[in-house]
Design a protein around this ligand. Structure first.
Ligand code: ADP
Ligand code: MG
Length: 315
């Protein structure tokens, strides 16, 4: 068993023995297009013949049912958490799209931050029981531990970004939070806290030091452990999607984010692709119909097709 499996096992963030692939869609900020990406990626996969279950984990702001064109399902994750429903399979509701089913988020005040560790682990471990090739998680905004853990536990973590300073800032904040949470898990597992502390407190350490500098210092002090640490860190490869793109400059922001993350964190970000700005999105939202079904000629159909094929290739 490799270290990633151990981490998953230790923290009950099961990832190693799933039958299905779990893709999580996040982003630091609300309104950037996470639900749009989740809904339409789910539809693409379903149209390709894969069995898909989309889970609305935007607890407190759940609206995936509307994005997929159905009314609020009778049973939601709240019923599972309050034990009114005993099996996660009983929450699965069909959508008008063949192969695509949904598990709805809470319709009460339950926020993701209030989800207890036990519930989070329960949800994660039971995803495997779903009859699905792909399970997509719509994460909602924010960087609470629960959101980060769902992101980390997924086989693929996607970040949706707008070409705006606030969204870019929030993206870095999200990546930084995930990075530190993962680093902490790896530290605990390898039992290398003293080594990390030593590296942090070394004389050459300055407030400007980056995580890349820190790992270098750990390698200097203890090459074996340092290399192990570096290898584990390198497995963190979030995917990014630029949304509401209006030109090449907007597309290029994705490449800049890639290079900043490489330089600062030493991690490789995969650029999954971009989505054009298209007023059809707004019209589809108003009609409460999924974009890909309602506007098959939208520019976004092509965009999603490219992104989904690329993501599948990255499996
Ligand atoms: N590519 C796009 N083109 C035009 N409008 C978009 C696009 N992506 C998102 N929007 C607009 O942004 C709104 C928020 O998107 P949504 O997916 O609900 O964000 P989030 O789930 O991140 O909060 C949508 O209702 C839509 O009006
Ligand atoms: Mg949303």
């Amino acid at each position: 068993m490799n270290l990633a499996d151990e981490i998953n096992k230790n923290s009950s963030l099961l990832g190693n023995d799933r039958n299905c692939k779990v893709w999580a869609i996040g982003g630091g900020k609300g309104g950037v297009g996470k639900s749009l990406v989740t809904a339409n990626t789910s539809i693409c996969l379903a149209l390709m013949g894969y069995k898909v279950v989309t889970v609305d984990l935007d607890l407190g702001g759940a609206n995936m049912h509307t994005c997929l064109g159905i009314p609020i399902p009778e049973k939601t994750l709240s019923d599972y958490i309050s034990k009114k429903v005993s099996s996660i399979k009983d929450l699965v509701v069909p959508t008008p799209i063949k192969n695509l089913q949904i598990i709805s988020g809470a319709q009460d005040d339950l926020g993701i931050a209030n989800l207890k560790q036990m519930h989070k682990n329960k949800i994660l471990s039971k995803l495997n029981e779903l009859d699905a090739d792909y399970v997509l998680l719509d994460l909602g905004a924010g960087t609470t531990y629960n959101t980060l853990d769902f992101f980390i536990s997924a086989d693929k973590g996607m970040l949706v970004i707008l070409p705006e300073p606030t969204s870019i800032e929030n993206t870095y904040r999200f990546i930084k939070s995930v990075y530190h949470r993962r680093l902490k898990m790896i530290e605990d597992l390898l039992d290398i806290q003293p080594l990390i502390n030593q590296a942090m407190n070394s004389k050459i350490s300055t407030p400007q030091s980056t995580p890349v500098d820190l790992i270098k210092r750990v390698i200097d002090i203890n090459p074996t452990m340092g290399m192990k640490l570096q290898a584990e860190i390198a497995k963190f490869k979030p995917k990014i999607i630029m949304n509401q793109v209006r030109g090449q400059n907007d597309i290029d922001i994705g490449f800049s984010i890639q290079s900043v993350c490489k330089r600062y964190f030493g991690i490789d970000i995969d650029y999954a692709g971009y989505l054009d700005y298209d007023p059809a999105v707004w019209q589809s939202v108003k009609k409460r119909k999924p974009l890909l079904m309602e506007f098959p000629n939208s520019k976004l159909v092509n965009n999603f097709d490219k992104i989904v094929h690329k993501l599948i290739q990255m499996d």
